[in-house]
Ligand binder design. Structure first.
Ligand code: 5GP
Ligand code: MG
Length: 213
């Protein structure tokens, strides 16, 4: 699914949005939204797509879950909301073992590769591991984690991302489960941050240029 602009019941700027969806006024009149240029993917479209991804994952992961070999590794902090929503669509048996990785520290908007990471959990030998991240950009984060998981003895590593940027990647990653393909823009919301902010915005948005320095 390729998203280039605001989806469902949508419009291109906040003015239209306020007219068409009065219930959103409460959100969009908040100062947090002053920095937003436009909504790229609205909350309803996210919810629909996350549910579809859940169904796709159930089909692919059931065999591993049935034999007690499924481990889900959410990559924190960006995948916080995505993981919470997605995993509630997986009626399977598995353990959740979050790891924290930082690759866009502070105010940077270009990939720095992994700059900090918590250790992998123990007991991955023979496991089927589902890596869940917010976005696939250069591919360095997922690529590096896949390598580490294989070294730790994982039998099968599957990658799931909500967003995938439509760019040539520094590291090719075989990502089987993708929510939306998006253009090369820096996005925030639904877990994604800029300098630690905006993660709590329910939609995925693009910031105004002066807000990114
Ligand atoms: P990669 O290693 O693929 O270059 O980057 C992956 C990580 O960089 C993601 O997990 C995410 O934390 C961060 N990232 C990449 N693109 C964006 C973006 O457009 N917005 C935000 N907020 N973070 C991003
Ligand atoms: Mg991340």
């Amino acid at each position: 699914m390729f998203i280039s602009t605001y989806q469902k019941g949508s419009c291109r700027d906040n003015g239209d949005f306020l007219q068409q969806a009065p219930i959103a006024v409460l959100y969009h009149s908040q100062p947090m939204y002053d920095a937003v240029d436009r909504i790229l993917i609205d909350r309803d479209s996210i919810a629909d797509r996350v549910e579809q991804l859940g169904q796709q994952l159930v089909a692919g992961l059931r065999p591993a879950a049935d034999v007690g070999r499924l481990v889900v590794l959410p990559v924190m902090t960006g995948s916080l909301f995505f993981t919470a929503d997605l995993l509630r669509h997986l009626p399977l048996s598995f353990r959740i073992q979050p790891i924290t990785v930082s690759s866009y520290p502070g105010r940077s908007t270009t990939s720095q590769g992994i700059v900090e990471q918590t250790p992998l959990p123990p007991g991955l030998d023979g496991a089927t591991v589902l890596l869940v991240d917010d976005i696939l950009d250069s591919g360095r984060t997922m690529g590096h984690l896949c390598e580490q998981l294989k070294t730790a003895g994982a039998a099968d590593v599957r990658c799931c991302v909500l967003l995938r940027k439509d760019i040539p990647r520094a590291v090719e990653v075989d990502c089987e489960y993708v929510g939306f393909d998006i253009p090369e823009v820096f996005v925030v919301g639904y877990g994604l941050d800029y300098d630690g902010l905006y993660r709590n915005m329910p939609d995925i948005s693009v910031l105004k240029a002066p807000s990114i320095s």
